[in-house]
Ligand binder design. Structure first.
Ligand code: GLY
Ligand code: MN
Ligand code: MN
Length: 432
């Protein structure tokens, strides 16, 4: 059984009287008649492996014969001449292992039938108006037959309950892909360090990353790459990547590829001229120390709140020592004064989405880590230009160090360890 079929089976086994409905991502207009590059919806791809728009998947635990049903675009030689081949209705069941396939224009007739006699409906509502419209219209049509003795779903369950729990726990097949995505991304970072010279533009580094990912077989960037030199490194979501890199700058690169539908996520910060200044080194070492302390807390049974707290304590202690903050560590944290320099959390889940699905809290408590979960560890310190509110020699420095962590039965594995991390490793990679 291919991974997509076994995931559908695993989800169906939990549906118990429910029907689940998933839609492909729409193709979207970029400007006028030009489309954005197509990226399939992660839930839909996880369950089908089908990379086409205008498709629906219905999983039913109540239909007497059909457990998996696909709706796809029909073949159309004229459109396919422009857009490339479509799987089509006849081929879809065989290729994707579903019980039956229909043309997408039959969805309005067929979906109400599949909703009949289901007690619950699993669907992600509230994200797409067109999905909601189609789903609710089908639900209303099913309900309209209430006097005929049929029943209909009386509750809607968010996929986070079942499907996203599955996606949060990665199996060996998925871990292998993320590991390979991480290796390719690390190669991109090594190349960025090697090729960067003062006088280059940030977009030249972006181009080196893109080239590395594509020649290594990755489909695309996992997210818009950040190549932030000098003071741009203190802007968390800087993506213009159009500044000239100056001698003495730090360059913060937050970039990784997407491979076979799975993201990696790496940040490294390196000196443009190959040598950290004393202030840059001090901040880099502090971020690294925070990350190391947090990493030591990783493993089954701990949680992302405890892990973040470890990084935060080390970083706040260091910022007090460097006179960027004053007072006692616990007071600084309680009053959230660290947020001026470390405004974000240390972790997010990683998987098909770079900020992957899955609950962070269960019944109000941080969820315990389990083997197979993958998350990032990415503390940072950002000291924007701030006049007389901070010592001038630290102003304009931004450092983040981000790695991808797999929880293993024994502890953890750093999937991104091919990317140079310590100041000495980074300087050596810049001079390679
Ligand atoms: N690259 C996005 C993030 O680090 O969360
Ligand atoms: Mn991240
Ligand atoms: Mn990142």
């Amino acid at each position: 059984m291919n991974p997509f079929e076994s995931r559908r089976k695993a989800l169906l086994d939990q549906l118990e009287g429910a029907v689940a409905v998933f839609a492909s991502a729409p193709s979207t207009i970029r400007n006028n008649d030009v489309e954005h590059p197509y990226r399939q919806d992660s839930d839909f791809y996880y369950l089908t492996g089908l990379d086409e728009p205008d498709s629906f998947l219905v999983l039913s635990a109540v239909h007497p014969e059909h457990r998996s049903v696909l709706f796809v675009r029909p073949r159309n030689p004229e459109r396919e001449q422009w857009e490339g081949p479509r799987v089509g209705v006849d081929e879809a069941s065989r290729r994707y292992g579903v019980d039956v396939a229909y043309p997408i224009d039959k969805l309005g007739d067929k979906l109400p039938e599949y909703l009949q006699n289901a007690e619950r409906l699993v669907a992600r509502v509230g994200f797409s108006r067109s999905f909601d419209d189609r789903l609710f219209r089908a639900l209303a049509q099913t309900r309209a037959k209430w006097k005929t003795g049929i029943s209909w779903p009386t509750a809607i369950l968010d996929p986070i309950e079942l499907l996203h729990e599955m996606r949060l726990h990665k199996d060996a097949y998925e871990i292998d892909i993320i590991r390979r995505a991480s290796r390719i991304s690390a190669e991109g970072h090594r190349r960025a360090m090697r090729e960067c010279q003062p006088g280059m533009y940030e977009y030249e580094i972006e181009a080196a990353l893109s080239h590395t990912y594509r020649v290594c077989g990755a489909a695309r960037h996992a997210f818009e790459p950040i190549v932030a030199s000098g003071p741009n490194a203190t802007v968390l979501h800087y993506t213009r990547n159009d500044r000239r890199i100056e001698d003495g700058d730090l360059v913060l690169v937050d970039s990784a590829c997407e491979l076979q539908g799975y993201a990696s996520d790496i940040t490294r910060t390196f000196p443009a001229n190959g040598s950290f200044s004393p202030e840059q080194r001090a901040i880099h070492e502090l971020v690294l120390a925070g990350q190391q302390a947090a990493m030591q807390a990783c493993g089954p049974g701990t949680d992302l709140e405890q892990i973040h707290r470890k990084a935060l304590e080390v970083i706040v202690d260091g910022l007090i020592e460097l006179k960027l903050l004053s007072g006692q560590r616990d007071d600084v944290i309680m009053e959230q004064r660290h947020k001026r320099f470390f405004p974000h959390r240390s972790s997010h889940w990683l998987g098909m989405d770079v900020h992957d699905v899955g609950r962070y809290f269960v019944r109000g408590q941080p969820r315990k880590l389990e083997p197979g979960m993958v998350f990032t560890l990415e503390p940072g310190i950002y000291i924007p230009p701030m006049g007389d509110q901070a010592p001038s020699h630290f102003q304009g420095i931004g450092v983040r160090i981000e790695d991808d962590i797999l929880v293993t039965p024994e502890g953890y594995e750093v999937l991104t360890s091919d990317a140079p991390r310590t100041a000495a490793e980074v300087e050596a990679a810049c001079r390679a």
